[in-house]
Every structure is written in C-alpha cells, then in structure tokens.
Ligand binder design. Structure first.
Ligand SMILES: [Zn+2]
Length: 295
C-alpha cells in the first residue's frame, strides 16, 4: 500500500499539473470508488469547479476545489493516478478531464481505492480528526508527543506506529525501517520505551519517511508515479523485505517475523528482543534449595 512518502510523491508531481485547472468532465466507471455516493452524485458535485490545491493528509490525497468542496482520495493497495497515459491502461476506474486540457485516469486493479466528497472545511477537519493522528513531518511531532502516545500501552511499538489514528501515514515499510534505524525491536511494548528511545524513534520515523520522499517512494505491488514510472526506495531498504541478507551495521542475518499481523523484518542484534515484562505483583522469592545436606 502506498504510504506517506508514496502519496506525497504523487502529490508533488500532480499538484503543478492540476492546480488552477477546472474539472471539465469526470467519469466514474466503478460505483465502489465513490461510495456512499452514486458516481453521478459525486461527479455532479465536482464538475465545473476549479482545483485550488492538491494537498495530503496521512495516506490521503486531498483535492480542494473552488467553493470549499473537497475530494478526499485514498489509493489503498493498488490505486494510481496517471497523467495522459497512452494508450489507456487496464483497470481504469475514473477518467478525469481538466481545462485547460489535461487528461487523468485513476487505475486500481484491486479496486479498494476510494473518493469521498466533503463539503466545507469543517467537514474536512472532522473527517481527519476521526481518522488520523499527527503528521510525523509536523513540527509538533516531538519525542514528548510520542511519549504521550505510548504511555501505558502494552501493544507492540510497531502496532502503535501502524495505527493511523495515532500517527498519520506510516505503514508497514516505514515502520520496519524506522524501528531498525532506532535500534528498537518491533515487539517491544510501546509503554516500555525509554526517554532516549522516544527521541531516537521520533528521529528515525522522520528520517525513514524523508529518505522515502527523496527517493520518490517505493514500488512494491503497483505504486506508480503520475507518469507511470516506478519509485526506487525499495532498492534502499535497510531491513524491509531483506530476510536472510546481512544487516548493514553488524552482519547478522535479517529475520522475518509477524508483528501486529504484518510481515516484519528485524536485525535481532541491532534491535534486541524485549525481556519478559516485569510482574505487576511481586511474588515472594522462592527460597533457594538447600544444597548441603542438613546435619
Ligand atoms: Zn544488525
């Protein structure tokens, strides 16, 4: 699934191609894409409006149109937005024509992608407030903020990184890469990170995402740029999808395990396994067995 760096890559490529243009025609070929609205209801609400800004929140693209009308698009597993593809590719779900003339198609072989209409800035804010935590590239994403998110939590830290309601935009790739950079095992209970680890993990999340953006995203599955080109960050993964290869720091073989229901890649030398949780109720210490026979 495209994560923050992939969606940000699309946004950066697409914004100059669409901002300031008017939506001339929109043909939604797949009723699943526009649910709960019928395709016609969604296109009628958008056609004729100028695209003022193409933004991003978490893994969502936000098309902000004239009149405070917003289209919130999620690419899910295999969605892509292509500009002027020739010939038209397979699996087209939506065709868009802009004025001055520009043709876009949204392709999505697995058809999980969505487009939702939100009327007004307040509706837009409420939509994201219910779904997304802070943007990790926001300056308010500090070690202190991370500490607040993790406090008292027994779930593995990787599960917390993947939870969009706590941190927006981090998915399976960047969670693995960030935890490796921070030297933290993905199974470590979130509430048991030290103050130093909060600081390291915050830095590592930002660095991993920034490296992904700099490489213009990673292509596994179907992620494609607006011109159909694939991202290259998959060639720079430090641990993700590298099971059996040596760790670049210590040479230990990278292992694959399941954490939070997801395939997870770890160097268990650089990211030591957490020790068993301390018991909340202290049991009386068992007496050591007498070693010497009593006389
Ligand atoms: Zn290592």
């Amino acid at each position: 699934m495209p994560e923050l760096p992939e969606v940000e890559t699309i946004r950066r490529q697409l914004a100059p191609l669409v901002q300031g243009r008017r939506l001339q025609r929109m043909e939604i070929l797949d009723a699943r894409w526009s649910r709960p609205l019928a395709p016609r209801e969604l296109s009628d609400a958008l056609v004729g409006r100028r695209i003022e800004e193409l933004g991003r929140r978490g893994k969502y693209l936000v098309w902000s149109m004239q009149g405070d009308v917003h289209l919130v698009q999620h690419l899910r597993m295999t969605g892509a937005v292509l500009c002027e593809p020739r010939p038209e590719p397979a699996h087209v779900r939506v065709r868009i024509e802009l004025r001055p003339r520009r043709r876009l198609v949204i392709v999505d072989p697995r058809r999980f992608g969505t487009g939702e209409l939100l009327l007004g800035g307040e509706a837009l804010e409420a939509f994201f407030a219910a779904r997304l935590g802070l943007e990790p590239l926001d300056e308010r994403f500090t070690a202190e903020h991370l500490r607040g998110l993790t406090r008292g939590r027994t779930a593995p830290i990787k599960a917390l990184l993947l939870d969009q309601r706590r941190i927006a935009g981090v998915g399976n790739i960047y969670a693995d890469e960030a935890l490796y950079r921070a030297g933290i095992h993905p199974r470590r209970p979130a509430g048991r990170l030290s103050a130093e680890q909060h600081g390291r993990l915050r830095e590592a999340v930002i660095e991993a995402l920034q490296a992904g953006i700099d490489a213009r995203g990673a292509t596994i599955d179907d992620f494609r740029h607006v011109d159909g080109v694939r991202g290259s960050f998959q060639d720079q993964f430090l641990v993700h999808r590298r099971a059996g290869e040596p760790c670049g720091r210590c040479g230990t073989s990278i292992v694959k395990m399941t954490v939070a229901g997801r395939g997870t890649y770890v160097c268990e030398t650089c990211q030591p396994r957490p020790r068993a949780a301390p018991r909340s109720v202290r049991r009386p210490r068992a007496r050591p067995a007498a070693r010497s026979p009593r006389r």
